[in-house]
Design a protein around this ligand. Structure first.
Ligand code: ATP
Ligand code: MG
Length: 335
């Protein structure tokens, strides 16, 4: 069973100093109290510290401009909702259920975590955690098993975000008696009735999601925001690699960045390419090779530069180059 519960990494002053979940909650409560008097956007932003999350999103994630813009729009809606509430203007909580479509490794899970953080800081959900599930976590194998399973998941997700990955697997048109339908019906009820304390994000590949929505208009009509995650361009993947290496305290040595760019150009065309996830995997393997290379020389004194530098050879040993012997050969002069 795969049901990771993510807590939000507190990387801004509001939650940074070793604050446990309780402390984060206290912050949020204090924030929602003080925003009750807010009359300007600036006041709401200052109290909720939501701008810090938006800025981090801009800074930490390469590209994704359309997604970042939509996230800002949603934050703006929530801020204005809060100001309306403060003036006693009648309003129904905005529906915030979302759909994230995109190919593997395009940042859907990462953005869901940030979104949960934003919803929490603006007081839309109580806790701001993300419960990530797939069909198997919601749907049982036998009659009578699905409803308790789905309700258990919903209970865990209440006060935060329920992220349903590859949501279309919930619906199996070829099987009339599929229990997935039961899970969908319970989800629909909760999405309608408890939308002020639970945000559901359905995620998956664009084409399958479109088919799924056509067959499930009830779900489709409850999704207020559709966010499309585009594939990354080669230059963006390179920037993502540099960012990941920086975070890990590694760097490309002379010639290595060029070799990695060539690696990416080849890898993109191969099966199962998964955008930023493939970049992370490739860097992990390059780190393994770097370690083996350094390990082989028992008596060498290793400097900080030795320990942090990926050399062209650490990347060129990849099978991706083997599949294209011409290119591997062309790469040799770099060594
Ligand atoms: N724009 C980006 N900038 C920097 N890092 C990114 C970006 N997008 C994704 N990543 C990184 O790539 C990895 C995969 O991202 P994530 O898990 O969010 O993708 P996903 O769309 O949920 O993929 P999957 O469909 O495979 O679940 C993560 O380590 C994430 O930090
Ligand atoms: Mg994911």
């Amino acid at each position: 069973m795969n049901m990771p519960m993510y807590s939000i990494p507190g990387s801004t002053p509001a939650t940074a100093p070793a604050a446990g979940p309780g402390a984060a909650l206290a912050d949020a409560d204090a924030a929602s109290e003080s925003t009750a008097a807010a009359r300007t956007v600036a006041e709401v932003l200052a109290h909720s510290q939501v701008e810090a999350v938006l800025n981090e999103l801009d800074h930490d994630l390469v590209g994704l401009v359309p997604v970042k813009t939509r996230v800002r729009d949603i934050a703006a809606l929530l801020v204005i909702d809060k100001l309306r509430l403060n003036l006693g203007l009648a309003s129904q909580a905005s529906s915030l259920h979302m759909c994230f479509t995109g190919n593997p490794g395009t940042g859907k899970t990462t953005v869901a975590l940030r979104m949960a953080q934003i919803l929490h800081r603006l007081g839309y959900v109580r806790k701001g955690h993300v419960v990530s599930v797939t069909r198997d976590d919601l749907v049982g194998q036998y009659i009578g098993h699905t409803a308790p399973k789905t309700r258990e998941v919903l209970k865990k997700a209440m006060g935060g975000v329920l992220f349903i990955d590859e949501a279309y697997y919930l619906y199996k048109p070829e099987n009339e008696r599929d229990y997935g339908q039961e899970a969908i019906e319970i989800l629909l009820q909760v999405m309608e009735n408890q939308r002020d304390d639970l945000v559901v994000i359905l995620a998956g590949y664009p084409d399958r999601m479109a088919t799924f929505f056509l067959s499930n208009p009830g779900l489709s009509s409850r999704i207020a925001h559709h966010l499309a995650f585009p594939d990354y361009a080669a230059g963006e993947l390179m920037q993502i690699a540099q960012k990941m290496l920086g975070t890990l305290n590694y760097r490309f040595g002379p010639g290595a960045a060029e070799v990695f760019a060539r690696y990416l150009a080849l890898r993109i065309r191969q099966p199962h390419f998964a955008n930023a996830r493939s970049v992370r995997n490739a860097l992990d393997r390059a780190r393994l090779r770097q370690a083996s290379r350094l390990f082989a020389d028992r008596d060498r004194v290793l400097s900080a530069a030795d320990l942090t530098t990926l050399e062209p050879a650490d990347i060129l040993a990849s099978r991706v180059f083997l599949a294209n012997p011409g290119d591997a050969h062309a790469a040799r002069p770099d060594l």
